[in-house]
Write a protein that binds this ligand. Structure first.
Ligand SMILES: Nc1ncnc2c1ncn2[C@@H]1O[C@H](COP(=O)(O)OP(=O)(O)OP(=O)(O)O)[C@@H](O)[C@H]1O
Length: 832
């Protein structure tokens, strides 16, 4: 098996294994110990001064499968170092050489990454965040960082004045929102009398992440959000909101209050006056001395603008402060120190985020806004909707060669206590829940970023530059089996996402393990999920780097694999398989038949006679030797096949796990697709409904309009138009014309009458009435004939309207009365 002491340059992660001591009460599934630590090996290393150092460390473990019916092989794994159950938090911190990571961040322009990996409940959070009585790696690294900065630098104390924040914001490539720790913490803990925030991980008695709290003077919450400085964007940066706290005045160099005045006794009006006083055009006055010396000429272009509106960005559910005595101070790292650049000034920015369901959320932004629900409902992912917006992990304009989480909140801390308090705020926002395997189980991968900004000033020009390097500590959620963890619903879905991301992480680590085995280097498939992207993206030299001397080194990364030697064998062996730097499979040697025979003969003192040609059973010695050789060959072959079967068995179980997680993924995708389809269908239905509604409304409107028009037309038709009285001549001409027509019709009627009575042939009558159109015809003799004629004429009166000349036929411009026939009807009969 290849050694685990491969140089860090060729491996993405140095991998350490930490074994968890048994805890009581023991969860279900506990059995016999299956993990053995191999005796320590002598390791040759070089220390910081280049001297060869020999250390004695365990690096290998053996996994003995439990005695069940499945014949599984014994596996041996190699790690950079193995920490046994007795290892303390300080042992882990020192032996992992976290100090060198801190040194890289402070001095070497190298990012550091510490991540944990393990089955749920195996001690990841305990190692990273500590417990009520013990500090974790994060707190110890922070302590070491602040102590080294404080003792290693001779420059003046860097404090978080608004202008300093403006300067930091201008140089920050991550589109972050910057706050001073004072402002941020006052917004969170400002009201000490508020109701205790229950349900948070850090404050529940069962919490293992009870990080210590800082002490500061509480202020009225109202005053906290009154003032905000806006720094206009410089090319490549975004506008930054720079809140300023009352405490900022303490750091400006010019104390606006008498030194004797106790700030804790200032009332809110004093503080408001202080801020508003600085908000006036004379604002630059107290800070003017900063421009040449501290901030530099490049900052002069920033105009500070006061917004008197309340600042919505810092609305937080109020938290209760813990007593200073609750802070664990051990283990102490005072004996450790790392080098810093004595001429530079440093400031630490703390930011935190979690990867939940493959999305990145800021932990320093509250997921629940006060008055909109309790923090309790966030736990377990069920209940109230998370109001935070997912963030992007991307290269930015000012950082094209390196991916960063954009838009995070970053809190500038000047003391260790401030940083711890900020850490505590983020931990209360992190998603945790109780499962069958762990009472406080992380449901997300937590990332805690300690970004060290180093300021260097060019003496001649006074120009200020900030460089930044980050130590990221990642507390990953543990892999879990639904049966053991007894999860269901949303918690099961979370577990599916966790297992899926860990599977991808496993694939990436497997690639590293293959490199260690000398296999051809393949590409690390780290773009498959957010977790692996975050962990591996900055592990490689940047391909964008145009300069021949790269300014940024690839990150140095350490992985702590935690394991419970008495816990779930299958889950643990799987994690060890893909995280170990090397692996060897052995099959326990079963004594062969020959060996048994021979050993049996030897023990019974009946060894075959070497001198004689025949054995006691009558078999010749040659035959026996040939049989022995054959048996040995077959035994060897058998052993090879057993190893092969064992390997196949491992592959099968891996594939089974992968299949299981794929099935879970399919289910989740199906669920998502179903939800999307429903949402889309709802949307379409709504759209269709709106379309129909608007078409209907339009139709109704059109109908109304049409009806209105009709009514108008009808009402217009009923209007009685009084035609102007025609002139007498015109009237006479009309009447003559009508008379003529009538005479023609009478003649026609008479002809018809005569035609109807073939026996009576009437004589042609004299129809010459020209001289008197109204005179009675003399030819009519009989009464009945006259009556008939009159009746016919009456009929003709009605038909007359049909023959009345059209306006076109008559003189143009002449108007006719619409109801003219009536007039005729009503006329006296003699006029006809
Ligand atoms: N080295 C240790 N010494 C003492 N107690 C430990 C140790 N490691 C873990 N524990 C305890 O075991 C319990 C589970 O540990 P922890 O919560 O750290 O597990 P985890 O791996 O983070 O689980 P999850 O993935 O579900 O969050 C805690 O009560 C913790 O205090």
């Amino acid at each position: 098996m290849s050694s685990s002491t491969k140089s860090p340059q060729t491996s993405l992660f140095q991998v350490f294994l930490r074994l968890r001591p048994p805890i009581s009460p023991q969860p279900e599934g506990y059995g016999e110990r299956y993990l053995t630590v191999e005796p320590p090996e002598v390791m040759e290393n070089t220390d910081q001064d280049g001297q060869n150092v020999t250390t004695l460390h365990s690096t290998h473990i053996t996994l003995q499968p439990p005695n069940d019916n499945r014949k599984r092989a014994v596996e041996k794994f190699a790690f950079t170092k193995v920490f046994e159950e007795s290892a303390s938090q300080l042992d882990v911190f020192e032996d992992m050489d976290i100090a060198s990571l801190v040194n890289g961040v402070l001095l070497e322009k190298r990012d550091g990454l510490i991540a944990t990996l393990g089955v749920t409940g195996s001690g990841k959070s305990h190692t990273i965040l500590g417990s009520k009585s013990q500090r974790g790696i994060t707190q110890m690294a922070l302590d070491l960082m602040f102590k080294s900065i404080a003792t290693g630098t001779t420059g003046s104390d860097v404090s978080t004045s608004p202008l300093l924040l403006a300067s930091l914001a201008a140089s920050d490539p991550s589109e972050a929102q910057l706050f001073s720790a004072q402002t941020f913490l006052e917004a969170v803990y400002g009201d000490p009398n508020s109701e205790r925030n229950r349900g948070s991980r850090a404050q529940t008695p069962s919490s293992r992440s009870q990080t210590p709290m800082a002490v500061w003077t509480p202020l009225s919450p109202n005053i906290l959000q009154e003032t905000q400085y806006v720094c206009p964007p410089s090319p490549g940066t975004q506008a930054q909101a720079l809140p300023m706290s009352p405490g900022d005045a303490l750091h400006t160099g010019k104390e606006p209050y008498p030194a004797s005045k106790d700030r804790s006794r200032l009332d809110s009006k004093d503080l408001l006056r202080e801020r508003l006083g600085r908000a006036t055009p004379g604002i630059s006055a107290p800070f003017s001395h900063f421009y040449p010396s501290v901030i530099g000429s490049s900052l002069a272009k920033f105009r500070l603008k006061i917004l008197k509106e309340p600042m919505p960005a810092l609305i937080f559910p109020r938290r209760h402060m813990q007593k200073p005595s609750a802070m664990p101070r051990s283990p102490d790292v005072g004996h450790l120190a790392v080098d810093v650049d004595p001429k530079s000034e440093y400031i630490v920015l703390v930011s935190m985020y979690e990867v939940y369901n493959d999305r990145i959320f800021d932990l320093l932004s509250p997921s629940i806004i006060p008055g909109q629900g309790s923090a309790l409902s966030r736990q377990g992912g069920n209940g109230q909707k998370d109001r935070r917006r997912p963030l992007l992990f991307k290269p930015t304009e000012s950082s094209p060669d390196r991916k960063i989480v954009a838009g995070l909140r970053k809190v500038a801390c000047t003391t260790y206590e401030e940083a711890l308090a900020v850490l505590e705020v983020g931990l209360t926002e992190r998603k945790v829940t109780g499962t069958g395997a762990n009472s406080v189980s992380s449901r997300s991968h937590g990332f805690f970023c300690l970004e060290v900004k180093k300021k260097t000033t060019v003496k001649k020009t006074g120009e200020v530059t900030w460089t930044a390097n980050t130590l990221t500590v990642a507390d990953l959620a543990g892999s879990e089996r639904a049966r053991t963890a007894k999860t269901a619903g949303a918690t099961l879905a979370e577990a599916g996402k966790i297992n899926e991301s860990l599977m991808y992480l496993g694939q990436c680590l497997q690639m590293q393990s293959d490199w260690q085995d000398g296999n051809k280097a393949g590409l690390v498939p780290f773009r498959q999920c957010k977790l692996t992207e975050l962990l591996f993206s900055n592990s490689f030299p940047s391909s964008n780097q145009t300069s021949p001397t790269p300014t940024r080194h690839p990150q140095k990364a350490l992985m702590i694999v935690t394991a419970d030697p008495l816990g779930d064998f299958n889950a643990t062996s799987q994690i060890l398989r893909y995280s170990a730097l090397a692996r060897e499979v052995t099959v326990p040697r079963i004594p062969s038949v020959t060996e048994s025979i021979l050993s049996g003969s030897v023990s019974s003192g009946k060894a075959p006679s070497l001198s004689g040609r025949n054995s006691p059973n009558g078999v010749t010695l040659e035959e026996l030797e040939r049989a022995t050789d054959e048996i040995n060959r077959l035994t060897l072959e058998n052993e090879k096949l057993t190893v092969k079967i064992a390997n196949e068995e491992i592959t099968r179980s891996e594939l089974e796990t992968r299949l299981h997680s794929m099935e879970e993924r399919c289910l989740m995708i199906e669920q998502e697709v179903r939800e999307e389809c429903w949402a889309e269908m709802d949307e379409r239905m709504e759209e269709e409904r709106r379309r129909w509604q608007s078409a209907w409304d339009e139709q109704v409107g059109r109908n109304d309009e049409h009806m209105d028009k009709k009514i108008e037309l009808v009402s217009r038709g009923f209007q009685i138009h009084e035609d102007p009285e025609p002139a007498v001549d015109e009237r006479v001409a009309d009447l003559e014309f009508e008379n003529e027509q009538l005479l023609k019709k009478i003649a026609a009627l008479e002809r018809e009458l005569t035609g109807r009575s073939p026996t009576k042939k009437s004589k042609p009558r004299n129809l010459n009435f020209d001289h008197d159109p109204f005179a009675k015809p003399p030819a009519i003799r009989r009464e009945s004939e006259i009556e008939n004629a009159l009746r016919q004429m009456n009929q003709l009166k009605v038909a007359d309207s049909m023959f009345s000349p059209t306006p076109a036929a008559s003189s143009p411009g002449k108007k006719y009365r619409k109801m003219a026939t009536r007039k005729w009807d009503l006329g006296p009969e003699e006029n006809i």
